[in-house]
Design a protein around this ligand. Structure first.
Ligand code: FE2
Length: 189
């Protein structure tokens, strides 16, 4: 019953949102739940594991009815990567399959400078906080296989107005990511 794991995550996460949660509290509470979810790669429906030959994919797995959080599977084809971008809401990234590398950027002297790399391997969870480490570039660590990570964000991330940044100048440009598919998993059957 693979969908049961996602259903359990959704229900347990929702229970934590009885009132407003600041980013630190939200990521602190949901981190162990996400760690449980990505501890074994045996539950994500194939439909939400499909890479695209050109673009990394963002499949919505769940959105809280009040859009307080959303859960997304990111599917990285071999060698695929994001532009430098921010989120403006808190985030948690749990590695499910393969490996990805996140390069953090910090604004310095009106530009963006690389501020360290984190390599995620299956089972590990990284937190993103708007006022601490909100800007990064993520790439598949593998050039010959698909990697998949499960992301939880403090809002409906597909509709959040956020930014990509020019690597040379650091100039921001607004974008809204949307999602790669109109379909979501049915965990309620
Ligand atoms: Fe990101």
């Amino acid at each position: 019953m693979p969908a049961a794991k996602l259903k359990t995550f959704i229900q347990e996460a929702t229970r934590h949102f009885s009132g407003p949660l600041d980013p630190q509290t939200a990521t602190g509470r949901l981190r162990p739940l996400l760690a449980d979810l990505v501890a074994a790669d045996d539950w994500l429906d194939e439909a939400f594991c499909k890479p695209h030959p050109q673009y990394y994919q963002q499949y919505l797995l769940h959105c809280d009815p009040l859009e307080r959080f959303s859960v997304v599977s990111f599917v990285w084809g071999p060698g695929q990567k994001t532009p430098i971008h921010d989120h403006t809401v808190w985030g948690l990234i749990g590695m499910l399959r393969g490996s990805e590398i996140s390069t953090e950027y910090q604004p310095r002297n009106g530009r963006l400078e690389p501020a360290g790399e984190t390599t995620l391997t299956p089972g590990t969870v990284e937190a993103l906080l708007p006022d601490r480490n909100d800007i990064h570039l993520v790439r598949n660590a593998h050039h010959d296989q698909v990697s998949i990570s499960i992301h939880v964000y403090g809002g409906n991330i597909g509709t959040v107005r956020r930014h990509v940044f020019d690597p040379a100048t650091g100039a921001p440009k607004e974008f809204v990511s949307g999602f790669s598919s109109p379909y979501m998993p049915n965990v309620w059957a």
